[in-house]
Every structure is written in structure tokens, then in C-alpha cells.
Ligand binder design. Structure first.
Ligand code: TXA
Ligand code: MG
Length: 343
């Protein structure tokens, strides 16, 4: 058990003392949950193998699933990567700070404990002002996976982090709701052509402006066979899994409504605002139809609600999204362990 301090930081000028205290804890090698624009992260010194090991222990995360290293300035990547291709600087210029993570060959400064034993390192510069200020103040790159217990949905507000990690971390910095709601787009520059390993708010179309030949990795929308080595170790884990059995259903709102009506009375429904499933149905809403940003913003909170409502079987309407809709689809597919019905 650890004593968990909660800091509330809403303004980096007014809450300077709390920021200083959290930064000091990070310098001491402690575990501090921090807000980012995507989801909350469980942060610690990325250059300290013991701090990284403590992250895995606190989350119950398999030790071969590498952590993302967070920086405050593009220049900070120089000590983390063995080489930085020209495209790295173009991408950083265009999308950082923001929800894009770049996988590069790692330098010797990054311990293998941080990268799950592999020779590449994932780097991202978050845009959340509190995250950047903390990185600047502690003067360290911060390893930070999503601040949930391994296997549960990523946390998009401090309450989710408290539910999962209170007593397992040294501090939780509460800065309100995360703006994006799904984790960053992970891009590997270690393959030719470059690949998206995990879709996020920085979209395929946007990335193509700088990397015309970039592709979605085959593991993004289909399951990785257990015997093959996935491009990103995170792909082989079920991930984002609510306790309920989730079954994805694609089809028009009308077909979805008809389908739900024929299901057992006590099933749960995960749907979009305006889907109008009968009032006698137990439903949780994740965003608005046609508004993929709102779906991304609400998805993980909705998955947590399914569990707190004690639902055991849930039918989830899935629409074929482009842009950030691809991230929503990717997370839902994993929450459902790829179980889906097309109407
Ligand atoms: O938005 C985000 O990226 C959040 C916030 C906190 O920054 N972080 C996050 O971290 O989602 P995590 O650990 O929950 O997910 C990192 C993903 C995993 O699927 C992992 O396998 C992959 O990135 N990853 C990390 N390092 C990698 C590497 N060197 N090569 C390939 N995949 C990597
Ligand atoms: Mg995660």
C-alpha cells in the first residue's frame, strides 16, 4: 500500500505550489498520476529502471508491454532515440504537442525496463498544460501508460484513476476531464513503410500529408494470432475490457433498434444519443451519432458505466467511422474481444 496524495491543479500559475510538490515526487522516483489531453497517465522517471518497474507493478501490467515516454520539448527526444530521421522533425513540428506517439530506435539512456525489453522507444509530447509543466519542472522524461489497472478501460477523469489506483500510487493530479478521451495515435518510424499501430485523434489522412505511404497495421482492426509477434506488444492483450461481454452490432439505427427489441429483456445496450432504444432497456450512451469526437470523448466513461451498472451482456452499436472514428472502432473491437454481428 502507498499513501496517495491528491493534488487539484486547474491553473498552472495559481496552483504552482502543488505543481512543485508533484514534480518533486517525480524527481524522487515516485509514481504520480498526471492528466494529459488524451487520457490520464501513470507517470514516473523514464530513465530510472526501478521507477518503470514500479509502474508495471502498480498497474498489474505484463512486463513485455512497453511504456510511452513523455517529453516537453522536441529536443528532449535526442537523448531518448538512437537516431531521429527527418520525418521525425516534420511530424513533431506539425502534430506536437498533441496526441501522436512516435516509435524510434532507442538510445542507451532508456532502460529496457521502460521499453518492455525491446530496442525501440515510443515518444510523445502531450499538449495538456499541466503535463508539460510537470515534465519541465521535474526535468525528466516521464514514462506513462494509461492510469488504469491493466485490462480496464483507460481513465478520462481523476475519479477513474482513484477507483483503479488509490493506494497503489504516490499521488494523483486531478485536472478535470480529458479533452480527447482516447489514447494517442501510435506511429512506428522503425518500419518501411511507416505504420499506425494504434489509431487516435491524429488521423491517417493527416499523417499522410507528411508520410504519404503510411498504412494501418493489420492488427488495428483484426485480432493478432497468439503465436505471431504483433507490431505493438499492446495489441495482443484484450485491453479496454469491461467485465460485461460486449457484442458489437453494425447496421442502421432502425435495424439496431429492431435487433435490440428481440434480445433478452435484461441485456445492456451501448448506443449513441438519438438511437432511441426502448426506455425499458438498460442503456448507456457514448456520444452522438455522426459526431465521432463526442464518441471518443465519452467512450471509456461509458464502458466503465456498463460495469458499475452490473451488466453482463451488452450489445454495442458501432458505426463505420473515419478520422477519430477509427480510434473508437479500434477500442470497441478490443472491448468486445472482436465479437461482432453485422445486420
Ligand atoms: O495517449 C496516450 O498515449 C496515453 C497517455 C497517458 O499519454 N498513454 C497510453 O499508454 O495510452 P499505454 O501504455 O496505455 O499504451 C501504449 C501503447 C501500448 O499498446 C504499447 O504496446 C505501445 O503503445 N507501445 C509503447 N512502446 C512501443 C514500442 N516501442 N513499439 C511498439 N509499440 C509500443
Ligand atoms: Mg493503456
Amino acid at each position: 500500500m502507498r499513501d496517495t496524495v491528491i493534488f487539484k491543479i486547474h491553473d498552472i500559475d495559481k496552483d504552482s505550489d502543488q505543481l512543485a510538490a508533484a514534480a518533486e515526487m517525480l524527481r524522487e522516483g515516485k509514481l504520480v498520476v498526471i492528466p494529459t489531453e488524451t487520457v490520464y497517465g501513470l507517470a514516473a522517471n523514464a530513465l530510472d529502471p526501478n521507477a518503470s518497474k514500479a509502474i508495471y507493478a502498480a498497474k498489474g501490467r505484463p512486463s513485455d508491454n512497453p511504456l510511452i515516454v513523455h517529453i516537453a520539448e522536441t529536443e528532449d527526444a535526442r537523448r531518448l532515440a538512437a537516431a531521429l530521421p527527418d520525418k521525425f522533425f516534420e511530424l513533431a513540428e506539425r502534430f506536437w504537442p498533441g496526441p501522436m506517439t512516435l516509435v524510434l530506435p532507442k538510445s542507451d539512456a532508456v532502460p529496457l525496463e521502460t521499453t518492455g525489453g525491446i530496442s525501440t522507444v515510443a515518444i510523445r509530447m502531450p499538449s495538456h498544460p499541466v503535463a508539460r509543466e510537470l515534465i519541465r519542472r521535474c526535468g525528466l522524461p516521464l514514462a506513462a501508460p494509461s492510469a488504469n489497472l491493466s485490462g480496464s478501460p483507460s481513465p478520462t477523469c481523476a475519479e477513474h484513476c482513484i477507483d483503479d489506483l488509490f493506494g497503489r500510487v504516490d499521488a494523483i493530479v486531478d485536472a478535470g476531464d480529458c479533452e480527447v478521451g482516447v489514447e494517442s495515435t501510435v506511429v512506428t518510424l522503425c518500419e518501411s513503410p511507416p505504420k499506425i499501430l494504434r489509431p487516435g485523434a491524429v488521423t491517417l489522412a493527416q499523417l499522410r500529408e507528411i508520410l504519404p505511404d503510411i498504412e494501418l497495421d493489420s492488427g488495428v482492426f483484426s485480432s493478432v494470432a497468439p503465436e505471431t509477434a504483433p507490431a505493438s506488444p499492446g495489441m495482443k492483450y484484450k485491453h479496454y475490457a469491461p467485465k460485461a461481454r460486449v457484442i458489437l452490432v453494425s447496421g442502421t439505427p432502425e435495424r439496431f433498434r429492431e435487433f435490440v427489441e428481440t434480445r433478452e429483456r435484461d441485456c445492456g445496450v451501448l448506443c449513441l444519443a438519438g438511437d432511441d432504444v426502448g426506455l425499458d432497456r438498460r442503456s448507456v450512451i457514448y456520444g452522438k451519432a455522426g459526431d465521432e469526437k463526442s464518441q471518443a470523448h465519452e467512450l471509456f466513461g461509458a464502458l466503465r458505466k456498463l460495469d458499475s451498472a452490473g451488466m453482463t451482456v451488452v450489445y454495442a452499436r458501432i458505426s463505420d467511422g473515419s478520422g477519430i472514428g477509427q480510434a473508437v472502432k479500434n477500442r470497441l473491437l478490443r472491448a468486445a474481444a472482436f465479437e461482432q454481428i453485422t445486420l
